[in-house]
Design a protein. Structure first.
Length: 509
């Protein structure tokens, strides 16, 4: 294994030089290399080089009329947080403001144009039109393309890079990427070894999680609850993509498991009176105040209490900040939101859709996950950033809204569970008599698109959070479709494919 690490390190160094040289000699080819590196999910090795190259590229933003080049540069710069105006695409419009029809002949350019459109923020009509126009032309072109090109176009339309996990698409890109570029084979060799090393790391982390979960013993005590440590770990693996964050992934899986467990207590098992008592206990956060709880709730609260204190101690030792107050607040908010939903469904009254979503953003559990990520990372912890974090900033609330709306669109309960479950679509239909289910679903889809625009704005706005935290929030939003796209058998085929590829399958050149 040591030999593999040595060879990998040497190839990484060699590719570092190749990346710099290619970008120096040919600006567009430099962009193509960065795009390939990011699509293979190994950009964490080359962050400094990518930053330097893109910084130089800022001055070339509108210097060309090649659609692929302008669109690719626009997307890569925006992803990196550079403020690039959408008027760089005005060169590709007719005098009447419509995009040129001749663009339909440039498949490569249209693919990049479509990808760039997903970096839009509120009010950027040019990018909205770009997305519609390029999608229409790409769909129209499909019957006329060869198999390889059609596969790439299909992948692009179904999985735009900015809204997908790089780790999910990396193996598909590995297989479909072709070319005579001397750098591509070296890059694929680097990626192949990287996949193998990281896969081994993930497998080791799963062993640690399984050991923790078994020793915790909650699966025996809470027989009604989900027993899915692998699924819970996948969230951590997706959010914290950098392999160096191994300890953080293992720790993060613990609160994620409790979100699922407590959700099951509220959704499937607890009576309303029991849920009120449990919520009061979590708000008081006093281990002495749980005597009046039923046994299964005592066990759950005690385990939650101990885990939260352990994580707080670890964060304090490592980063010098005690996050206990913030963590307690997130658990109280989550249980309060769960209780609001339990009361709605006990009364048989559906809330207004806006009220449902406002509460659903909290009950999604996203706030709990991202607050834990923030403290586990230990980056940029200041009074200002913690204060902002405690107020649920847009980078958290928009991600949470995306999860809640996607979950509701999925329209299925995990593992065929019985239980109370709300839905934005149901509330919207109740509120808007005469509205069809398709119209209500379209409303939810448009709202997801709007929340992505807000997230994209966060990429371009100064905030006190680290790039790793921002990336974790985006990755959580990207993970959502995999977790909530049920098929007719209430299974999650995309999630199963992702788990297999990340944990068990190998790739070959």
């Amino acid at each position: 294994m040591d030999d593999i690490f040595v060879q990998h390190s040497q190839k990484l160094e060699l590719f570092r030089h190749v990346l710099r040289n290619v970008a120096e000699l040919d600006a567009l080819e430099g962009l193509n290399v960065i795009d390939a590196v990011q699509r293979l999910g190994i950009d964490y090795h080359f962050q400094q080089e990518i930053d330097e190259i893109l910084h130089k590229q800022m001055n070339m933003v509108s210097a060309h009329d090649d659609l692929h080049e302008v669109a690719l540069r626009f997307r890569l710069l925006r992803q990196q947080g550079y403020v690039v105006p959408d008027d760089v695409f005005n060169n590709f419009k007719e005098s009447n403001g419509m995009f040129k029809q001749a663009l339909g002949e440039d498949i490569k350019g249209l693919i990049s144009f479509y990808e760039a459109s997903h970096l839009d923020t509120e009010g950027e009509d040019t990018l909205v039109e770009a997305g519609k126009y390029s999608a229409h032309l790409l769909k129209t072109s499909l019957p006329h393309l060869d198999h390889h090109q059609a596969r790439i176009v299909g992948n692009t339309l179904g999985n735009p890079h900015h809204k997908c996990l790089a780790s999910f698409m990396a193996r598909k890109f590995f297989v479909t990427s072709q070319g005579t570029n001397t750098w591509l084979n070296l890059l694929k060799e680097v990626a192949q070894t990287d996949f193998s090393i990281v896969q081994s790391l993930y497998q080791n982390e799963i062993v640690q999680i399984s050991k923790w979960w078994k020793e915790l013993g909650l699966a025996k005590e809470l027989k009604f609850a989900r027993d899915q440590p692998l699924k819970w770990y996948i969230w951590s693996m997706a959010c914290l993509a950098d392999p160096k964050l191994s300890e953080e992934r293992v720790e993060l899986t613990k609160p994620i498991s409790f979100i699922y467990l407590i959700d099951d207590i509220f959704d499937v098992y607890g009576t309303l009176n029991e849920l009120i008592l449990f919520t009061e206990a979590v708000n008081r956060w006093d281990i002495a105040a749980i005597d009046h709880l039923p046994d299964y709730m005592k066990i759950c609260f005690k385990a939650l209490y101990d885990m939260t204190n352990e994580i707080s101690c670890k964060v304090y030792k490592k980063h010098g900040w005690n996050p206990l107050q913030s963590l307690k607040k997130t658990w109280a908010s989550l249980c309060n939101a769960f209780l609001v939903e339990a009361k709605w469904f006990a009364s048989g009254q559906l809330p207004k859709s806006e009220e449902y979503l406002k509460n659903g953003i909290v009950s999604s559990g996203v706030n709990v996950v991202l607050v834990h990520i923030f403290f586990l990372l230990g980056q940029n912890i200041t009074n200002q950033s913690v204060e902002l974090l405690n107020d649920t900033p847009t980078i958290i609330s928009s991600t949470a809204a995306i999860l809640r709306l996607w979950d509701d669109l999925g329209g299925a309960k995990d593992e065929n569970q019985d239980g109370n479950d709300g839905s934005y679509v149901r509330c919207y239909l109740e509120e808007h008599q005469g509205c069809s289910i398709d119209e209500a679903r379209e409303k939810a889809v448009n709202m997801i698109s709007d929340e992505w625009k807000k997230l994209n704005r966060e990429l371009l706005s100064p905030n006190p959070f680290s790039a790793t935290f921002t990336s974790a929030s985006l990755n959580l939003a990207r993970m959502v479709p995999l977790m909530y796209s049920y098929d007719g058998n209430q299974c999650l085929p995309s999630l199963e494919e992702y788990m297999k590829s990340m944990l068990y399958e190998t790739v070959s050149m």
